[in-house]
Design a protein around this ligand. Structure first.
Ligand SMILES: *[C@@H]1O[C@H](CO)[C@@H](O)[C@H](O)[C@H]1NC(C)=O
Ligand SMILES: *[C@@H]1O[C@H](CO)[C@@H](O)[C@H](O)[C@H]1NC(C)=O
Length: 203
């Protein structure tokens, strides 16, 4: 992984992150309209997908967030309600010479739909299990991403969540697993958004 190269950036990022003030997060607005995934401007989306990955990576390096839980040893919690990995598999026709390849076309809309659902899923998980200030910061990163990558969704606060149910062991464990899950998903998202931005699959 290119983690080493990003470490320096992550350190710089830490300064940025620490200098944030607490954002006011508003939750509980209703769903608005349909999402027109085809109109996504990938050029403006990609940097925000990258920021999501970097910011999540950085946040996970703060052991003290999890109060005695070694988050490194925990498994990531993936959203069981989506099929993002298979929906976002790159166009196998490019490897048509390999035997046993499926001959399906990369379905951008389906892939982006899964990504969007994942994003909402982790957004509410982070809000539910982190304290107010951390939750606001992480949610801001997710909302920045949503705003630029899914601009048709005017209001990203779709899922009603009651923030921070208290600083329990169980809550910190869930926070750790959800943050790891989002980081894993953010890696997929970065691959996919770059892939879509390059436009190769449209041939
Ligand atoms: C957490 O676990 C990892 C992997 O087992 C280990 O390398 C690391 O030293 C542990 N960190 C702490 C703070 O115990
Ligand atoms: C995330 O990282 C980017 C740098 O890529 C930074 O500009 C931004 O403030 C960070 N936080 C959020 C909420 O996006």
């Amino acid at each position: 992984m290119q983690q080493n190269g990003k470490l320096r950036f992550a350190q710089w990022l830490l300064v940025v992150v620490l200098s944030w003030h607490v954002f006011d997060v508003s939750v509980g607005h209703p769903v608005k309209g349909d999402v027109r995934l085809d109109s996504v401007d990938m050029e403006s989306c990609v940097p925000h997908a990258r920021a999501l990955l970097w910011n999540m990576t950085e946040a996970l390096q703060h052991d003290n967030l999890f109060g005695g839980i070694n988050c490194t040893e925990q498994t990531a919690e993936m959203n069981s309600g989506t099929q993002t990995e298979s929906a976002c598999e790159p166009n196998p026709r490019q490897d048509a010479s390999c035997r046993g390849q499926r001959n399906t076309k990369f379905d951008k809309t389906e892939c982006l739909k899964n990504i969007e659902l994942d994003t909402q899923y982790y957004r509410s998980a982070l809000l539910a299990y982190s304290d107010r200030s951390l939750g606001s910061r992480l949610v801001k990163t997710i909302d920045d991403f949503t705003e630029h990558c899914f601009p048709a969704r005017e209001d990203s606060s779709v899922i009603e969540v009651s923030p921070a149910t208290g600083n329990t062991f169980e809550g910190r464990l869930k926070l750790c697993k959800a943050m790891k899950g989002l980081r894993v998903r953010a890696i997929t998202i970065n691959r996919v958004m770059s892939y879509i931005a390059a436009g190769d699959y449209e041939m």
